[in-house]
Design a protein around this ligand. Structure first.
Ligand code: NAP
Length: 279
């Protein structure tokens, strides 16, 4: 496997004629709506569709994508499996150990991670310049949490505490990002110092459950939910009612998707068209 530096990444020599989102489940995803809107606005006659892939079928479907030059995105729970199956990785995807964007170049499967820059864009929109020195608490210790840690590593004076139900997993993840990351077993202590609390678990995707009781969050902190739902998540609605600055995962989703589009075609999509299509 080859790892590319960021400045060595190139768009595929032959543009993809088919785009897919690979996940399990995928029916809730808004990616097909805003990617198809952006493709149409750019005059590209390519369609983007979500396909539900069982974990046992990931390897074989990636082989078929390699043969036919299909590119796309990856969502829960396949980001690590696709990372492991790629022939080439960007430095960032290798650091996060998860791939959310892939394409085929000269017969090789290339993987990248645009969640990292997507998260930074969403944090900057929520916190303005304060994001650079944020004390971030991450709920969850999976692929999205790793992307947040990679993002925070590039912010000049920020730190990130992983507070997950599985402390050993939180500790192992934090140790991969020693410049900024630490793990905390005591949720109350973690939250008391936070300026940004991020839900990086799937809690609230299919019901109105809250990943953490908002009473435990310092009033001056902002909250961000990586989960998104049409009309907003219950946690974010409740946070806004209580006076917190709060955002759900839609802005991150649009930005990671826009960056994926740029990797596939070498042009910037119209982000406003993307936003309007899912608002
Ligand atoms: P993942 O790799 O499966 O990790 C999920 C994490 O959440 C794990 O640490 C898991 O803990 C924890 N978790 C799961 N269910 C839980 C529960 N009921 N209570 C407490 N903790 C729980 O998933 P991921 O890729 O990090 O994605 C996490 C969420 O972020 C998903 O909903 C995904 O759709 C969303 N996301 C959104 C964007 C966006 O652009 N908005 C981008 C990336 C991800 P265990 O290890 O103990 O199971």
């Amino acid at each position: 496997m080859t790892v590319f530096r960021a400045d060595a990444v190139r768009t595929p020599a032959v543009s993809p004629r088919r785009l897919v989102l690979v996940g399990h489940p995928v029916a809730h995803s808004l990616s097909p709506i805003f990617q198809n809107a952006a493709l149409e606005a750019a005059g590209l006659s390519v369609s983007y569709e979500a396909i539900d892939v069982e974990p046992s079928s990931v390897k074989s479907i990636l082989e078929s994508f390699k043969e036919s030059g299909v590119a796309g995105n990856v969502t829960i729970p396949h980001k690590v499996a696709v990372h492991n199956a790629c022939d080439d990785l960007t430095e960032l995807a290798a650091r996060v150990r998860a791939v959310n964007t892939f394409w085929v170049d000269s017969g090789r499967l290339v993987g990248d991670n645009t969640d990292v820059a997507g998260f930074t864009a969403a944090a900057a929109a929520l916190l303005q310049n304060d994001f650079r020195s944020a004390r971030v608490v991450i709920l969850g210790a999976g692929g999205a949490a790793a992307a947040i840690l990679a993002a925070v590593t590039d912010w000049p004076a920020a730190t990130a505490t992983v507070a997950s139900r599985d402390f050993d997993r939180a500790l192992a993840l934090a140790r991969r990002f020693p410049d900024v990351g630490r793990a905390e077993m005591d949720m109350g202590r973690a939250l008391s110092a936070a300026t940004l609390v991020v839900n990086a678990t799937p809690i609230g995707q299919y019901d109105n459950a809250h990943p953490i009781d908002l009473e435990k969050v310092a009033p001056a902190a902002a909250v961000m939910d990586l989960v998104y739902r049409r009309g907003g998540t219950a946690w974010v609605k409740s946070a806004r009612e209580k006076g917190f600055r709060a955002a759900d995962g839609l802005e991150m989703l649009i930005e990671q998707g826009a960056l994926s589009f740029n990797r596939w075609f070498g042009i910037q999509p119209d982000r406003e068209v993307m936003r309007r299509s899912v608002s």
